[in-house]
Design a protein around this ligand. Structure first.
Ligand code: CO
Length: 139
């Protein structure tokens, strides 16, 4: 297991459209992706670029969205998870399993089209942690 770059910080919101206005007008963001649905995860997603990372806005998609529960506890929305890259997702998963960290569900395809999984915040210093295989860079 080797910790890679911080890929993004996930931020829950009731409205991606409203949050995009906030990041553009209040925070001065200029690079904002197109929102898209991730039905398998029950979320709509939109990435805001910062010079060294990204904010992943996540809005509930459907009534069973896990983000809906988060918004019930945190009506204003807010920081939901952090996502770190690793070179080898299977090796990372084996590492966390070996040391007894609870993994939430199977490894699946994340918002960047690479494999991801989530780790239980109670085993991760209170932080819901997403582990993502680094996208292959074109050479
Ligand atoms: Co994420």
């Amino acid at each position: 297991m080797k910790l890679g770059r911080l890929n993004h910080v996930g931020v829950a919101t009731r409205s991606i459209a409203d949050s995009v206005v906030h990041y553009r007008e209040t925070m001065g963001a200029s690079i904002v992706g197109e929102p898209f649905d991730l039905p398998a995860q029950g979320v709509k997603v939109c990435f805001i670029d910062t010079p060294n990372s990204q904010i992943e806005l996540i809005e509930p998609l459907g009534d069973n969205s896990p983000v809906m529960k988060f918004l019930e506890k945190n009506p204003l929305g807010g920081q939901h998870h952090v996502c770190f890259e690793v070179e080898d997702i299977e090796a990372a998963r084996a590492h966390f399993e070996k040391i007894g960290k609870r993994i939430l569900g199977p490894t699946r395809t994340g918002a960047h089209g690479t494999p991801i999984f989530f780790l239980h915040p109670k085993d991760m210093e209170g932080v819901l942690t997403e582990i993502m295989e680094s996208p292959q860079q074109a050479h």
